[in-house]
Design a protein. Structure first.
Length: 364
């Protein structure tokens, strides 16, 4: 009986040792990602000219990742699925860092931290959170989360849909509304995140929403932007249909697309690159969620930001986040290989930075 009892204690001690070793490995990987090699970002960035916006002085951001104190310091948070999730997100940040260092992709991965970028970042000072908006990736729900955290409404269910995007009434300040010193402080200290999805599927979503369904409260997409694209990029001048996906792809893949972007203004946020929206190689984000794994990523983000007990991410309808390969292939089936390659060339940075595969139909 004594021998059995001793063996039991030995097994418990061995299990505890393994747990300590595993936690040390996780912590080591986190530290590796936290204290990045400064040489990767040391060179002065050459800013991309996004739209006709005023640039602010480029912000130098220390290579830090800010997760909630509880998430970083206690073993309780690293249990079950959260261990796997923590490693997944660390690997995403490591991939981002490596692609940012790739000089061959520099023009596609780097941009200045301009007013255009700062306008995309929403602030929750109460809980020290910054959220960069990447349209067509379920951002409305994250805005609702921040609106509740900021105290404008007590629950997500109470927020009227017409308030969510009304930035004069929703209680969500943009980072651009602060002074340079206040901007730098928040970029240094706050938890920062944004969400991505397959770049081509996102473009299809933007096309359908803005030019096919065309919400009646946004008439300019159909009556101003679509005609501008058609005049420049439609091959068959006798065709009288509205904007076609082929026209849209040709516009986006044109290396000289910026002259139209200047005319369209901030409406282009629904289809320009994640790089241009959020400057991921310049701003040290804490977490980058993926739309395709949002069921796991949303709870992880709330936990990492230390707000999981205060608010929940709205229920995700079944299947809505799954990558629809058939839909993507159908939309691109009538597009010339030349136009698809030009489109991919523009969005290659987004594909590489966030681990999305080059589409099979582009390789065939």
């Amino acid at each position: 009986w004594l021998t059995s009892d001793n063996m039991h204690h030995q097994w418990l001690l061995l299990a505890a040792c393994f747990w300590v070793i595993f936690m040390f490995m996780v912590a080591s990987k986190f530290i590796t990602l936290t204290f990045k090699d400064p040489d990767g970002y040391g060179a002065k960035q050459e800013p991309l000219i996004l739209t006709a916006v005023t640039k602010v002085e480029e912000v130098h951001v220390p290579e830090e990742k800010h997760w909630s104190e509880e998430f970083q310091l206690t073993g309780k948070a690293f249990s079950g699925n959260l261990i796997h999730q923590a490693l997944v997100h660390m690997e995403r940040l490591e991939l981002l860092r490596n692609v940012c260092r790739d000089t061959a992709l520099r023009n596609l991965s780097h941009t200045a931290v301009s007013k255009f970028v700062l306008d995309r970042i929403f602030v929750c000072d109460k809980y020290k959170i910054l959220f960069c908006q990447t349209p067509k990736v379920g951002n409305t729900q994250w805005k609702k989360v921040l609106i509740v955290l900021n105290g404008a409404f007590s629950s997500i269910e109470e927020i009227p849909e017409n308030i969510v995007h009304d930035h004069e009434k929703n209680g969500l300040p943009r980072l651009s509304s602060f002074s340079d010193s206040e901007i730098k402080k928040r970029l240094n200290l706050y938890f920062k995140f944004f969400i991505v999805r397959d770049p081509f599927e996102r473009l299809i979503s933007a096309f359908k929403d803005k030019f096919v369904h065309n919400p009646r409260f946004e008439p300019w997409y159909r009556h101003e932007i679509a005609p501008g694209i058609i005049r420049k990029y439609r091959k068959n001048r006798t065709e009288t249909k509205g904007l076609q996906f082929e026209d849209f792809v040709r516009y986006l893949g044109d290396p000289n697309h910026r002259w139209l972007d200047l005319q369209f203004g901030d409406h282009i946020i629904h289809w320009i690159t994640y790089v241009e929206l959020c400057a991921p190689c310049e701003i040290s984000y804490s977490v980058i969620g993926h739309h395709e794994t949002l069921e796991d990523d949303a709870p992880f983000i709330l936990k990492a930001a230390g707000i999981d007990r205060l608010v929940s991410y709205p229920t995700i309808p079944p299947g809505i986040t799954v990558y629809n390969r058939t839909k993507v292939e159908r939309y691109f089936s009538g597009i010339s290989k030349r136009d698809i390659k030009r489109l991919y060339a523009r969005f290659e940075g987004d594909f590489k930075l966030f681990g999305y595969r080059e589409p099979d139909f582009l390789l065939n």
